[in-house]
Design a binder for this molecule. Structure first.
Ligand SMILES: [Zn+2]
Ligand SMILES: [Zn+2]
Length: 350
């Protein structure tokens, strides 16, 4: 098999050829047809997140072991399976749920593998999709992509699921008051489409980039507010028709966290998804006074992925534009992503 390997944090990926893998038990071997390149792959390559206050969170300390084949947005075809894997249709293309857990811990027993205390996330804790072959422990992680091209389906495993799970956390209010979405990049555009698919009101979108605001309105946002405007909070609240009930922050920077906190009203929810970095600037007494819920959302559960793929099968989810690149270009693609030179999602094809 061919793979792109991270051997040292902060260093370029290196191409490698390894012996082909074999399967046993319930294991399934896939020929990778597409593998999305995600922003978090940049953090993995770097080896840490910025936590603000001059601190970082190191992936090495979190149990990430090198060498590692990154890639947590894989799609592929089944080419082999162990004797206990059951019947699998080998003529179909699948996208793989990558947020796999140990199956034993409290979180896994609650069917929240994505919060597992001994995670086996593909491309983070076990080898992932920057390769031409991928082995997974069980066919329950496979989802039929129907007629969608693998390079369009692959990013659903991370960007699609992340956005969907965040919106599920505020699903109770999106039909009553427009949800506010901060950040109109790829995730933001995905969120606008998902809100519609979930039956919500057209959302209010915030972004500092005029081109992205325009794209948000074209995608179905009711209003697009410049987050850098002095009266941004007032503009958001005017667009919502009152203090916001739900804000999804897809950026996760200090200015966006501030804006979210000021825009939301009593009983409101702030869901932080973005990992830009920094520290929270909030006045603590206002959290009880406004009875706020401030929650994080990290990817999504297997059940949520199943619900998302049902919406996809019904044609309700707009897929993001993608650019495909050869697997061997992984390092270049990451560098382009870092410089903001990738339009839409980048996908590697082996
Ligand atoms: Zn990702
Ligand atoms: Zn677990």
């Amino acid at each position: 098999m061919r793979c792109q390997n991270l051997t040292e944090f902060g260093k370029p990926l290196t191409g490698e050829t390894r012996p082909d893998m074999t399967v046993s038990g319930t294991e399934v071997l896939l020929k990778v047809t597409a593998s999305g390149v995600c922003h978090s792959d940049l953090h993995i390559r770097e080896g840490c997140y910025n936590l603000g206050h001059g601190q970082t969170l190191s992936f090495g300390d979190r149990g990430m072991k090198l060498p590692l084949v990154m890639g947590h947005e894989p799609a592929g075809r089944v080419i082999d399976a162990g004797p206990d894997a059951g019947d699998i249709d080998t003529s179909k293309d699948y996208v793989v749920y990558p947020w796999q857990g140990c199956g034993e811990c409290h979180q896994c027993k609650l069917e929240r593998e994505n919060y597992c205390s001994a995670p086996r996330y593909l491309g983070m804790f076990v080898d992932g999709g920057y390769a031409d072959l991928l082995k997974i422990p069980h066919p329950k992680y496979l989802f039929d992509i129907g007629d969608i091209a693998p390079e369009l389906a692959a990013p659903l495993a991370c960007s699609g699921l992340t956005t969907f799970s965040a919106l599920k956390k505020v699903e109770d209010t999106i039909k009553i008051a427009p949800v506010v979405i901060i950040g109109a990049g790829g995730l933001g555009l995905m969120a606008i489409g998902l809100v519609k698919a979930m039956g919500g009101l057209p959302p209010v979108v915030v972004d500092i980039d005029p081109a992205k605001r325009e794209a948000a309105v074209a995608a179905g946002a009711s209003h697009a507010v410049d987050g850098a405007a002095e009266d941004a909070v007032a503009q958001v609240q005017a667009a919502v028709g009152g203090p916001a009930l739900a804000v999804v922050d897809l950026v996760g920077a200090e200015p966006t966290a501030s804006l979210a906190f000021d825009a939301v009203g009593k009983g409101g929810k702030i869901v932080i998804v973005g990992l830009f970095g920094g520290a929270a600037p909030w006045a603590l007494p206002l959290i009880p006074v406004k009875a706020l819920t401030i929650m994080g959302s990290y990817v999504g559960t297997l059940q949520e992925f199943s619900e998302l793929m049902d919406l996809v099968a019904q044609g309700k989810v707009p897929v993001l534009p993608t650019q495909t690149h050869d697997l061997e270009q992984a390092e270049n693609v990451l560098n382009q992503l870092e410089k903001g030179e990738i339009v839409g999602r980048a996908v590697l094809t082996p």
